[in-house]
Design a protein around this ligand. Structure first.
Ligand code: PXP
Length: 240
């Protein structure tokens, strides 16, 4: 069964708009786990707009599943990751002004820098994943780096404007996922996935984990977080 990682950044976004204590992030993560989340995902952004450093240490201590830290390759963030030692680190590109992570990491262009970061993280026994576009050259570069896992950026598929775009971007993801899986890489996918567009993605058997945040947190406002995660898990089961 395809695994579900729940990204709880936007629970922290709600807290940070008021610089308050609520909603409590650890409680949120534990509810996600209770509802069947297979991992908890959090992105420590350089501008700290949602997740804070302290959250990560509390999360790591409290959760029972895998903590997947999304992070840029900036030296300050790498230092924190090495101190935290999450089970997994997913390297993502980061621009301060962006609303969310736009586009995948350019592993081809930044090969040397990314390699150094991967080595540092691996020394601390942190498993590394690279968040990349569904592109053969990026997959080949990831393989060359020796990472075990990649996460395919589903943003283009999620933002498709019509059926023909949807078909093109779906095919792109499917082809990339089998290309990577054939090379022995574990394949995750995420970004912009919701209760509708996730159905088709679940059918791509070479994608073995989905990381979903925004849609789940949005639904949680209406039905509660536990129920929102349960509904996504059920959807994954139904369409698998
Ligand atoms: N995976 C990665 C690597 C991401 O950067 C994000 C966004 O933080 C997600 C998954 C989740 O995206 P969304 O919040 O749109 O579901």
């Amino acid at each position: 069964m395809t695994k579900l990682g729940v990204n709880i950044d936007h629970v922290a976004t709600l807290r940070e708009v008021r610089h308050a204590k609520e909603p409590d992030l650890v409680s949120a993560a534990l509810l996600c786990e209770k509802a069947g989340a297979d991992s908890i995902v959090a992105h420590l952004r350089e501008d700290r707009r949602h997740i804070q450093e302290r959250d990560l240490f509390l999360l790591k201590k409290a959760i029972k599943t895998k903590l997947n830290l999304e992070m840029s390759i900036s030296p300050d963030i790498v230092k924190i990751a090495c101190k935290l030692t999450p089970a997994q680190a997913t390297l993502v590109p980061e621009r301060r002004q962006e609303l969310t992570t736009e586009g995948g990491l350019d592993v081809v262009a930044n090969f040397k820098k990314i390699k150094q970061v991967c080595e540092k993280l691996k020394e601390r026994a942190i498993s590394v994943s690279l968040f990349i576009d569904p592109d053969k050259k990026q997959i080949e570069a990831a393989e060359k780096l020796g990472v075990k896992r990649i996460e395919l950026h589903t943003g283009r598929y999620a933002n498709a404007q019509n059926d023909s775009e949807l078909k093109i971007y779906f095919k792109e993801l499917k082809t990339a996922a089998s290309y990577a899986a054939n090379k022995g890489l574990d394949v995750s996918a995420g970004h912009g996935l919701d209760y509708k567009n996730t159905r088709a993605i679940v059918r791509i058997k070479t994608i073995e984990e989905l990381n979903i945040g925004y849609a789940i947190v949005c639904r949680s406002v209406i039905v509660g977080l536990e129920q929102a995660v349960r509904q996504m898990k059920k959807l994954i089961e139904n369409y698998h």
